[in-house]
Structure formats: C-alpha cells, structure tokens
Design a protein around this ligand. Sequence first.
Ligand code: UDP
Length: 338
Amino acid sequence: MKVLTLGINGFIGSTLTEKILKDTDWRLFGMDLNSDWIKGHTSHPRLTFQEGDITICKEWIEYHVKKCDVVLPLVAIATPATYVSDPLRVFDLDFAANLEIIKMVVKYKKRIIFPSTSEVYGMCQDSEFKEEGSNLTVGPINKQRWIYSCCKQLLDRVIYAYGIRDGLDYTLFRPFNWIGPRLDSIGKQKEGGSRVLSQFISNILYAGEIKLVDGGKQRRCFTYIDDGICALMKIIENKDDCAKGKIFNIGNPNEEHSIAELAERLLEAAVSVPYLKDRASKTKIVSVPSNDYYGGSYQDTCHRVPSIDNAKRYLNWQPKTGLSEAIKHTLDFYFAGK
Ligand code: UDP
C-alpha cells in the first residue's frame, strides 16, 4: 500500500509515521513545513519526505495523490486561540487548502481518510456524542471560536456528498482531545498558543502559574495518542472495507476529567520528574475569565464525551490508556534524561 500523508511532521502525522515504518511494509510519502519530529526517519528506505507548504507545492501533491492508494490530509491549525485571533488563516488552511486536496482525491478516485474533529459537535448537549445521531451545535457568528468547527463540518459534508454522488471512498475520524508526546513543542509560546496539556507543561516551565479558563470546570475526554494511532491504523488497513464510508469518534469516554483535574494531575506527576520538581512545587493554579484569556469571540463547550460504538463495532477498537499514564509518557518524552 502507498500512503500519502500531508502534515507528516505533526502530532498525529509523526506518530503515525513511526508506527507505519515499524509495523508494516507500506510505502509512505509525506510533506510538511518541518521535519524535526520525524528526523530519525527521513532517510528510511520506505519514506519519501518532501519539505513544503501544501498551499504552494500543489504539483507535488497532485503527482503523489495520483501515485498513492490512500491520502491523509492532516494539515490544519487546531488551537482555539488561533480560531479567535486569526479565523481567516484557519479558513484558508483548514478549509480552502484541504478542499483542493479532497478534489484531487475525487479526480483520481483514491481513498481519503480525513481528520474531522470532536469540535464539530460544538456545544451539543447530548451526554455522549454519536456520529450519526447528535446535532452539531455552534454559537453565533461573532463567536469566532467556531470557525474551525464549521470548516471541518463543511468538509465532512462535502466528502460525504462526494461519497454519495461519485462513490468517493472515504473515512472520517474525529479525535477527542488526543494527548501525548509531540502534541506541541514545549517552548516559550505565547499564551493559548498550544493545546491545554502542552500549555500547562510550558506554564510549569516558564510561568509558575497555570491558568484555568473560567475556573476549569469544563470537561474533556483525554485520549492517549498511541490509542488514537491504533484506531487510525485499523482505518488505514480497512480490513474487509470495515472503515469505508464511515465516521468514527476516536476518544476515551472513560477518561473524562475537568480541566482543573488535569492541572492537578499534571502537577502531581511533574513533582516526580527531577527536571520539573522545583518548578512544579512552586506553580500556582489560578482562575481567569475566558474574556481576558481568549477575548470576547471565544465560547467554550462544557463537556465532550464520545460514543465509541462505531469504533468498537467496525474496528474492534477501544482505548487502553488512562490519563495518569498518558501524562507520565508525555513528561517522560520531554524530560527523561534532562
Ligand atoms: N484551557 C485552560 N487554560 C489554558 C488553556 C486552555 O483552562 O491555559 C481550557 C480551554 O478553555 C478549554 C480546555 O482547556 O476549555 C481545552 O483546551 P484546548 O486548547 O486543549 O482545546 P479544546 O478541547 O477546547 O478544543
């Protein structure tokens, strides 16, 4: 099998690359702006890596869509702070650039595995979100946070429609707060510049203060990256067409925690990491209004629990890793040996 991954150096792309090269005989082609997370693999005989921007290198992409069996367009901005600070950049990349790729996949009659998102459910009130049953509920236009949700939702609908009209072979997967090594780089990023776990780790390192937006009562189901990648591998393998034309929530419903609990668990784990010990024991947890943290066009979702019936039934998949273990693996990755 020949697999094309756009955004191969990202959180999902780099972890998937490692897994594919280790466990399969597939041929992998990938593009990314950077290669720091996959640098140990770029000379692997089964990987062809091309440094480049998907909005510019269209010929390379078209050539490889034509050459490959399955395409994973993983390039997207997925940080809520950017949805509110630069919504049009999110639109241009997450929507417009990906739409062109989807059209190429349709043109060459290839298979697409598209990263939808748990954000599409927005502020859905269901106790667990079902791929075929739940409403996708977002706020008014002045709440710009939802631009990402809407971009992904519309692409989900476009792919679905191509499936019906043109027989496009597709699978949509919806990650629910995947966490783990390489989620984001743990640098001195600006506030809100990364997903919550990376933000909190960088707060311990550089700020001495973890900020809980609106008190941190909002809840998320944290899913360890290796569990997510295991589901994704089953989707790519697609045994007996089990993933064809389906949508899968990929999340850990057993690990629902408030953001305040996440902060506490992280601090507990960080005090046993030598490099973080002193800083973690001095780090304070404070509450900030979302208006001060993200601005007025932010709106949050108070809970987000996946139904994983589809993934259990069609992929024979379920998550195995708890939050504490996921935090430990993540801290080990960044700080072991430091
Ligand atoms: N959050 C927080 N403090 C931070 C960063 C994020 O309390 O420094 C909250 C954020 O408001 C949201 C949750 O953590 O409710 C998860 O944020 P993330 O950026 O990971 O993305 P989301 O799950 O909202 O897509």
